[in-house]
Design a protein around this ligand. Sequence first.
Ligand code: ADP
Length: 161
Amino acid sequence: MKLAIYPGSFDPVTFGHMEIISRASKLFDKLIVLVSVNPLKPCSFSIEERKELLRETVQHEGLTNVEVDSYDGLLIDYFTERNADVIVKGLRAISDFEYEFQMAQANRRLCYKAETIFLTSKSEYTYLSSSMVKQIAMFGGDISDFVPEYILDRIVTRLKK
Ligand code: ADP
């Protein structure tokens, strides 16, 4: 059984993340979407809120081999604990590449078994990021093109607080 982990902030989940989740879930027997705690990145949604939004999305899309979890520690420790095979990352543009390349090299240095596989973004989502969605919502803009309608109200209400 091939187990993959897709880590990120998911603050909040967007169509860009969902597209990667859906494609990765078809490539591996099981996919864990991991809400990772990055102490260097301030987040707007709590870990529990981010997991809840992801769980609802995964359920709504009928992705039965996808689990949502969170981890407050090194990704590679979680990867080893779960005996995973692959780390999945999404690549939007060259701007993502340098950081992701560095992370993949560092993770393999920490654990030789840790292969990172990159899925390139669907062209219409290459510009899409959680921070862009948050900025638009905070100023009362329409984010219905970026996040699913069944979680839209919750995201908007939460960001207006
Ligand atoms: P962001 O806050 O920039 O949206 P995350 O930390 O939540 O990013 O991203 C987690 C993973 O999802 C990363 O591998 C990132 O490259 C990928 N990702 C984020 N947005 C997209 C998108 N629009 N298309 C493809 N991959 C994406």
